[in-house]
Design a protein around this ligand. Structure first.
Ligand code: HEM
Length: 182
C-alpha cells in the first residue's frame, strides 16, 4: 500500500467528484443497508454458487465469506474514506489475488452491488432526486473500492513477474511502457 497508490486513490476521488456531501449521504444510508445488505449478500453468493468456476472457490466456506462480506458492507457506510479505508480495500484486493480469484468476478459482484444497492435505496427513500443522489454516492464508493482492489491486482502481476524473472519492478514497468510505443 504505497503512498503513490494512495495519491492515485485521492486523484480518482477528485476526478469522479467524491465530496464531503457523498460522505454524509453514505452515512445516512447505513440503516438502509443494515436492512437490505444481508439480502443483497445472500443474492450474490447464490450467483457465485450457481456458476461452476466461482462455486469451486467458495465451496465449504460460504457462511464465513458472507459474514466477512456483511462486515465489509457495514464499513462502506461508516463515514471514513481516507487512508484506513484505502488500505483496507487494497488488502482485500491482495487476499483475492492470493486466493486466485480472477478480477472480473470481483467486478461482476460490484456490478450486482450497484444494481441491488440502487433498488434498496429507492425502495427505502422513494423515487425522487434525493434518492438518486444517494444512489450516486453509493456507486462512487463502490467504484473507488473496486479501483483500489484493482491496483492490488496490477501490483501482484508485476510482483509475480519480478519473482519469476529476477527483474526489478521498475524494469518490468519500463518494459511495459516501452511495449506500448510503436
Ligand atoms: C466486491 C466484491 C467482493 C468484496 C467486497 C469481497 C470482500 C471480501 C473481504 C472483506 C474478504 C476478507 C479479506 C481479509 O481477510 O482481510 C474476502 C475474502 C475472500 N473472498 Fe471476497 N469479496 C468480493 C468478491 C469475491 C468473489 C467474487 C469471490 C469468489 C469468486 C470471493 C471469495 C473470497 C475468498 C475465497 C476470500 C478469502 C477467504 C479466506 O481467506 O479464507 N470474494 N472478500
Amino acid at each position: 500500500m504505497s503512498d503513490e497508490h494512495f495519491q492515485v486513490y485521492n486523484d480518482m476521488k477528485e476526478f469522479i467528484g467524491f465530496t464531503a456531501e457523498d460522505e454524509v449521504r453514505l452515512q445516512a444510508l447505513g440503516p438502509v443497508f443494515a436492512k437490505h445488505g444481508p439480502g443483497i449478500t445472500d443474492r450474490f453468493y447464490d450467483s457465485l454458487q450457481a456458476y461452476p468456476k466461482t462455486a469451486k472457490i467458495v465451496e465449504g466456506r460460504v457462511e464465513a465469506l458472507k459474514s466477512t462480506h456483511k462486515q465489509w458492507m457495514t464499513e462502506l457506510f461508516a463515514g471514513e474514506y481516507g487512508r484506513p479505508f484505502f488500505d483496507r480495500q487494497y488488502v482485500i484486493g491482495q487476499v483475492h489475488v492470493v486466493n486466485n480469484i480472477n478480477p472480473e468476478f470481483v467486478e461482476a459482484v460490484t456490478s450486482t452491488l450497484r444494481t441491488f444497492g440502487r433498488l434498496a435505496v429507492f425502495e427505502e427513500m422513494g423515487s425522487n432526486d434525493d434518492a438518486g443522489l444517494h444512489s450516486d454516492s453509493l456507486a462512487k464508493i463502490l467504484d473507488l473500492a473496486l479501483m483500489t482492489i484493482n491496483l492490488a491486482y496490477a501490483d501482484e502481476r508485476i510482483d509475480r513477474m519480478s519473482n519469476v524473472t529476477g527483474m526489478s519492478r521498475r524494469l518490468i514497468e519500463n518494459l511495459i511502457k516501452r511495449g506500448a510505443k510503436k
